[in-house]
Design a protein around this ligand. Structure first.
Ligand SMILES: [Fe+2]
Length: 337
């Protein structure tokens, strides 16, 4: 056990420790070394690490999380018995992931996505009563500062790439009633699988739609296509090693907000999309997949609000989806279970 007299004794501790103590005045917490810890014995290094943290960590939640991480990581090492070379490879991988993270490109977040952890966090934090729409992660392309449009508006510029799409959504509660006061943030890739922020040419393919009092909303846009997650990183190598592709299924993003209800951030997918079962971010679920139908009658295009000449491929894609939101009270009741 370190005593104050030991810690300030130049015979026992070096100048760096003494100067550190002079600055903050704190004597480091020490515990006695009473047991020989050894792998295969009844007191391993795992036990000693946890005993130390139990004696030093003041925050019980932090202690719980770190102890769990230590236990699981030590278990991984015991189970897989990495060689020194493999361990160095693992350290190198994590180091590269850190170095390759810059600006909005966060490789650690991306690793969480491609290993299913972001989906798991979402599922745990957003329990839903039966029949409610599942939440998914918002992804890296959400922008809060977007134009607000009345339902029925167009969210695209005239030269936006992609075939024209008309989206119609309903927002209901668990009793099947339309919800009042709904606002829906929508954002998506274009027909080339590219987001506006990737073009750096201003806001497009996104907006905040003010729904009708019935909870219904609609807008005109383009049919998005599938794209891939950033691949200039260790994530690409990891996916390749695992025999996986980096592609996301085709999707639309939504964040739906209504007073008295739990906000919903989700993505929905057309049934014609590839990669539904192998989505790189594990964000697809059968309940979020729906059919998108071709509308070839020009009179219907006019009813949807498309101007003459705007539809150039002889069809508009009609995509409908029904969203169901729980009340905040319903969610609180679930969390207490
Ligand atoms: Fe996306």
């Amino acid at each position: 056990m370190a005593t104050p007299s030991q810690i300030t004794n130049p015979l026992l501790v070096g100048v760096a420790i003494r100067s550190q103590i002079e600055i903050d005045g704190k004597i480091p917490v020490d515990i006695p070394l009473e047991k020989e810890f050894a792998e295969g014995s009844d007191y391993t290094v795992t036990d000693h690490v946890n005993q130390l943290h139990a004696g030093t960590c003041k925050n019980p939640r932090t202690l719980q999380i770190v102890t769990s991480i230590v236990n699981h990581l030590h278990s991984v090492i015991r189970e897989t018995k990495p060689s020194n070379e493999e361990w160095e490879e693992a350290i190198d991988f994590v180091t590269k992931a850190g170095k390759e993270s810059q600006g909005k490109l966060n490789i650690i977040f991306l690793l969480g996505a491609v290993l299913g952890m972001n989906t798991l966090i979402n599922d745990i934090n957003h329990p839903k009563p039966p029949g409610c729409t599942s939440a998914t992660e918002s992804g890296p392309f959400y922008i809060d500062d977007v134009p607000e449009y009345p339902s029925g508006s167009s969210i695209i510029k005239a030269d936006t790439k992609g075939e024209r799409m008309f989206f119609f959504g309903t927002v209901k509660n668990t009793k099947g009633e339309g919800i009042r006061g709904v606002k829906v943030d929508v954002w998506q890739a274009d027909g080339d699988g590219v987001y506006d922020v990737q073009y750096h040419e201003g806001t497009n393919d996104r907006g905040r739609i003010v729904a009708e009092a019935t909870g219904d909303f609609c807008y005109r846009g383009v049919l998005p296509t599938a794209y891939h997650v950033p691949t200039l990183s260790v994530v690409k190598d990891l996916l390749a090693t695992l025999g996986r592709h980096p592609n996301r299924s085709t999707h639309l993003h939504f964040t739906i907000v209504a007073p008295g209800y739990e906000s919903l951030t989700t993505q929905i997918y057309p049934s014609h999309s590839p990669f539904l079962g192998t989505d790189a971010a594990f964000a697809t679920k059968p309940s979020l997949v729906s059919d998108v139908v071709e509308v070839t009658d020009p009179r219907k295009w006019v009813e949807m609000g498309f101007k003459e000449g705007e539809v150039t491929n002889g069809r508009v894609w009609l995509w409908k989806y029904d969203f169901v939101l729980p009340t905040t009270a319903e969610v609180e009741a679930l969390k207490k279970l």
